[in-house]
Ligand binder design. Structure first.
Ligand code: HEC
Ligand code: HEC
Length: 304
């Protein structure tokens, strides 16, 4: 930039009719003082007006606890809530019927609309509330004692009514007085090491795994005396007590020698929270949700 007071050798010469200049000149080129085009100026003013109007009408200025709400009361959150309410209202009728029809009668043949709604709604409930323990695919987590719900092997019963009861009240929790309950004693305090080693081999044998047959034979007496009351003489388990079948290949905590010994020595105490909001303050599911997820879980196992 040069100063207009020391003229550039190739100073631009102003012609008649040229607009006035701002007085600036760069390398001899002078800056005309042209007004902005009208259309541009008015568009510019319009955007300012529009901008102010927008911040008055819609949520805009951030404050400490949120933004100014805007006089139109627009809120995407409220829109979502309204949508949810609309869908709820659409399903209100089917949800009421789901709680009224006898649970065991809700089958694909007898009530296809209710059944399909329950499977879909039940899958959504399961994904939200159950998958963290039982796994997204409901296959459970062995060793942690979260049972597989896909096999048709049930601790507490596999009819849809039994499943509904288990889910409603939970298992061994302190929140619901009707929770399924039983407690295997920790045999580490009750039996000697030799008896424990023998009964572990006995269980390995009856579950069809490699075992020390001499020890296993000795373990039978230990088993009949200490364990059969709950797991039954043949080891098939007792659903009334939630005592698992010990002869199948399905293990809640594991069928290795170490896992069985741990179960016997320290016992386990699998806890599931109650889910019925009606039965317990800790419950989170309404009756129609409970029924939906019961039908869903029942369908996974093949259903007794
Ligand atoms: C905090 C972990 C946890 C959550 C969450 C959970 N469960 Fe369970 N569930 C368990 C445990 C542990 C057991 C096994 C308890 C036992 O040893 O009897 C179980 C057992 C069950 C059983 C009994 C299975 C049988 O063989 O009788 C059903 C059915 C069941 N859960 C369904 C559900 C459903 C449906 C949900 C979601 C609404 C759910 N669970 C959420 C931990 C959980
Ligand atoms: C009072 C009833 C009761 C008695 C007696 C009892 N159990 Fe159990 N047992 C259970 C219950 C209930 C479970 C389910 C686990 C839980 O508490 O979460 C279980 C679980 C087990 C498991 C784990 C099974 C798996 O699938 O992982 C083994 C192994 C076992 N018991 C062996 C024994 C042996 C051996 C004895 C005798 C020395 C015995 N139990 C006596 C009730 C009993």
């Amino acid at each position: 930039m040069s100063d207009h007071k020391t003229p550039h050798p190739e100073e631009q010469r102003l012609l008649a009719g040229d607009p006035e200049t701002t007085g600036h000149s760069w390398d001899g080129i002078k800056e005309f003082n042209n007004p902005l085009p009208r259309w541009w100026l008015w568009t510019f003013y319009a955007t300012i007006v529009w901008g102010i109007a927008y911040t008055v009408m819609y949520p805009a200025w951030p404050l400490i606890n949120g933004a100014t709400p805007g006089i139109l009361g627009f809120s995407t959150r409220a829109n979502v809530a309204a949508d949810i309410e609309r869908f709820d209202a659409m399903n209100a009728d089917i949800r009421t019927r789901l709680t009224e029809v006898e649970l065991a009668a809700i089958t694909l043949d007898a009530h296809p609309d209710l059944y399909n709604y329950a499977i879909q709604g039940g899958a959504a409930v399961f994904a939200t509330w159950c998958s963290q323990c039982h796994g997204a695919g409901a296959a459970g987590v062995q060793a942690a004692g979260y049972p597989n719900l896909l096999d048709d092997d049930w601790l507490w019963g596999g009819t849809v009514d039994e499943i509904h009861f288990t889910i409603s009240h939970g298992i061994r929790n302190a929140d619901d007085p009707d929770a399924r309950y039983s407690e295997m004693p920790a045999f580490g305090d009750l039996l000697g090491d030799a008896d424990i080693a023998a009964v572990v081999q006995y269980l390995r044998n009856v579950s069809g795994q490699a075992a020390d047959v001499t020890l296993a034979a000795a373990g039978e007496a230990v088993y009949l005396e200490n364990c059969a009351a709950c797991h039954l003489d043949d080891g098939a388990g007792d659903r009334f007590l939630g005592a698992p079948n010990l002869t199948d290949a399905i293990w809640l905590y594991g069928g290795s020698e170490a896992a069985i010994e741990h179960s016997v020595r320290f016992a386990r105490f699998g806890v599931m929270p109650p889910w019925s909001a009606q039965a317990s303050s800790a419950g989170r599911l309404s009756e129609d949700q409970l029924r939906a997820v019961s039908i869903y879980v029942h369908s996974l196992g093949g259903g007794e």
